[in-house]
Design a protein around this ligand. Sequence first.
Ligand SMILES: [Zn+2]
Ligand SMILES: [Zn+2]
Length: 179
Amino acid sequence: MGVNILWDRQAPEGIELPVIRMIARILEREPELIDYPFLIEGYDRCRNQHDAQSILDRLQDTFTRRYPISGPLLLVTSRDLYVDGCDFVFGLARPTCDVAVVSTARLGNEYYGRTPDDADLIDRTAKEGAHELGHLLGLGHCSNPECVMFQPRTLDELDRKKKTLCPACRKALRAREEN
Ligand SMILES: [Zn+2]
Ligand SMILES: [Zn+2]
């Protein structure tokens, strides 16, 4: 099954291909970069953040019905995301509907007052993008802190993850593909 990636026009430019190549290696699938206009909704002025659930609602209700897309769909956006009860989320997946979103807002070094580095941004975007797509492909969270399916709460935890699935998650993903 193919996976689709939609790059928000305001997401960082120029890193699309390295991110996609890295996601392809992690998930052993060739993602397709699709290009359609998409309006990001769910802005909360008090928080200066977007509600990830609203974005997924729109992806699910409008977007996937209006355009011919088959298979899991990941939106990459630069907007900072939250869900009710959380200060922020790196991303969110809705496996029942095959849609997910990942935010680059907190993946760049500059957010933490460090020197910007595209290589870091690419690594983190690929890991979290692959993580959300992994949910759409049937994987849950993994307790192995080095696995892409581990749920990081901080940038350090994210950086501790390797750019691979652990053997158990890889096996589960392959088993799903065969079915
Ligand atoms: Zn997750
Ligand atoms: Zn794992």
